[in-house]
Design a protein around this ligand. Structure first.
Ligand SMILES: NC(=O)c1ccc[n+]([C@@H]2O[C@H](COP(=O)([O-])OP(=O)(O)OC[C@H]3O[C@@H](n4cnc5c(N)ncnc54)[C@H](OP(=O)(O)O)[C@@H]3O)[C@@H](O)[C@H]2O)c1
Length: 253
């Protein structure tokens, strides 16, 4: 199956680690031109070594000025984009009673405001027929106890996806959400290390505790497969969809 991604310009936020990094590498293998960024220099350098052609920017997406500079850097290199993937994020799951306004603001700023700001800034140069993909979490569809503020910001991401799909359909731009359950990534490696466990031991424990129907975490290549397909013209009739990639974890469709 030809995905026809050669020379497509694709922006992936949070592409220096975990899911985003796997997607950047896969898109580059498919011949796409990829831009990404992050805050940690070591992660940026490591990605630049693995994917030398990628534009890897020093950016904290919580900062509006840095978001603007990131967009400018992409524009200087290519002048247009074919797709935007809003992937940058971090876990923020706690009980309402334990959470603070500051934690809610920061979570919303990164997962909703920054994503929406980037969409708005890139829209004039996003080619007709292109696509936007928002990476969200199953908690946005099916919030469990102790899952805020992430579950609320992810529900907002789902609403944003659906509204935007209608707004951009006249330009042939598809907008979808990929709804993640539990997938191996940098954040899980760090949690495992903090618990003095191997990443595999930690993931096995979490998959059992969360009762994932398929009984395991997803792999990065499984994420890259679905995300790359959704970005390609092979998915040309899919828009306004929120596709679960979760081994059956979500109790709702
Ligand atoms: N993996 C899962 O099981 C899972 C489940 C549900 C949802 N998700 C979502 O999927 C996305 C990717 O998660 P992941 O597991 O791959 O996480 P990860 O391994 O921690 O990677 C997160 C990426 O986002 C970047 N990032 C975080 N905050 C940023 C900021 N303020 N400005 C710029 N970049 C920032 C990180 O780079 P720096 O830290 O260097 O800035 C890194 O490149 C996230 O939105 C996450 O919430 C993941």
């Amino acid at each position: 199956m030809d995905l026809n991604l050669q020379n497509k310009v694709i922006v992936v936020t949070g592409g220096t680690d975990g899911l985003g990094r796997a997607l950047v590498a896969r898109l580059a293998q498919c011949g796409a031109q990829v831009a990404t960024g992050g805050r940690h220099a070591q992660r940026r350098e490591s990605l630049s070594t693995e994917v030398p052609n990628a534009l890897v920017c020093d950016v904290d997406l919580l900062e509006p000025d840095q978001r603007a500079a990131f967009v400018d850097a992409v524009m200087s290199r290519w002048g247009h984009i074919d797709a935007l993937v809003n992937n940058a994020g971090k876990s923020a799951a706690m009980s309402v009673a334990e959470s603070s306004d500051q934690q809610w603001r920061e979570d919303y700023e990164l997962k909703v405001i920054a994503a929406t700001d980037l969409i708005r800034r890139f829209l004039p140069v996003l080619r007709d027929g292109g696509s936007i993909m928002n990476i969200v979490a199953t908690a946005g569809k099916a919030p469990r106890a102790g899952s805020t503020p992430t579950s609320a910001s992810r529900a907002a991401g789902l609403a944003l996806t659906k509204a935007l799909a209608g707004e951009l359909a006249p330009r042939g731009i598809r907008v979808n959400a990929l709804v993640i359950g539990l997938i191996e990534s940098g954040q899980w490696e760090r949690r495992a290390a903090a618990s003095n466990m191997t990443t595999q031991e930690f993931m096995d424990m979490a998959a059992t505790a969360m009762e994932v129907p398929l009984g395991r975490f997803g792999r990065l290549d499984e994420f890259a497969d679905v995300a790359t397909f959704l970005l390609s013209e092979r998915a040309s009739y899919i828009t306004g969809a929120a596709i679960n990639l979760d081994g059956g974890l979500s109790p709702v469709l």
